[in-house]
Design a protein around this ligand. Sequence first.
Ligand code: TXA
Ligand code: MG
Length: 350
Amino acid sequence: MITEYVSMTEEEPDGAAIARAGDILKRGGLVAFPTETVYGLGGDALNPESARKIYAAKGRPSDNPLIVHICRPEAAERIAERIPEAYHILAERFWPGPLTMILPKSRLVPPETTGGLDTVAIRFPRNRIALALIEAGGGYVAAPSANRSGRPSPTLARYCREDLDGLVDMIIDGGQVDIGVESSIIDLSGETPTILRPGFVTKEMLEDALGSVALDRTILGGSSGERPRAPGMKYRHYAPRGELSIVEGAAAEVIRYINERTAEAAGHGLRTGVICTDETRDRYRADSVKSAGTRTEERMVARELFRILREFDDEGVQLIFSEAFADDGIGMAVMNRLMKAAGHRVIDLT
Ligand code: TXA
Ligand code: MG
């Protein structure tokens, strides 16, 4: 398949290209597109054949359900069996935006889209290119992150091309995404609203809206053997090709430890990398030292993380150490993704 590339900005979506992309979706084809979180790999959510194609293009196991993207909140009524009060509260407060809600599904949604589950994940994104595409494609677009399974989610169209060239019909370049980690996911299908994946909409924000919410226990935990309730969270995700470890402890200790280990590895001929912050970057001596921004601006860290992981791959870095970040607020999303990327390898110096 030859992939068509188009480029546009949120301020000026290219109407003709969006119309072509919409036709591709309606015919059962695939289009990668920007959202405010990460790039998505879109197909018609109501067409079982499209879901099969998405799994094939990503190389993703088909028991891992897809998020259905809508472009107006009422659209949820056709694909959900029942809509609880909490849904209205959260939709009012956070949509359009980086929050996905899980509800019992209606019969309109084929089991291929939900990985056989009787619930459906619904998201109303706020990126205007995404919204125009969803509208043009019929209103229900299933879209996982537009990476090959196991690789970091793409924050730039260039990374969609790296992973999916020749595997999808079109890739829409809309520039660098705004947030950089995938949407928060909250399950509203049971008794207690439960966060299955942390994101930009934090636990604190959700509690402020709903009162108490639970947190799926596998979110920051290691290999407890427990199964996460979002099936996708069980896979080794976001993994760079090099071996990544997170080093926790007092700053001076962390720096000393990482410098010792990277010097030793360099002695064995390995290329080394470090993920740090502006405050500490000058103190490392690895081959590739990357700052994710300043420690006080957790938003920046979220935005840069996946790009940094991919850059280490491009540079052939074989051994990577990362500083740890605070795990409250948006930091919880950052640490959740970092822990997965590291396969839960944590070196605790405390
Ligand atoms: O920000 C995002 O959510 C991005 C953009 C493209 O919108 N999409 C995204 O999709 O991250 P994906 O497929 O990479 O991650 C979806 C996650 C997976 O962990 C999946 O298991 C979980 O959502 N999920 C989807 N439907 C579910 C359901 N019915 N019950 C539980 N978990 C579900
Ligand atoms: Mg993904």
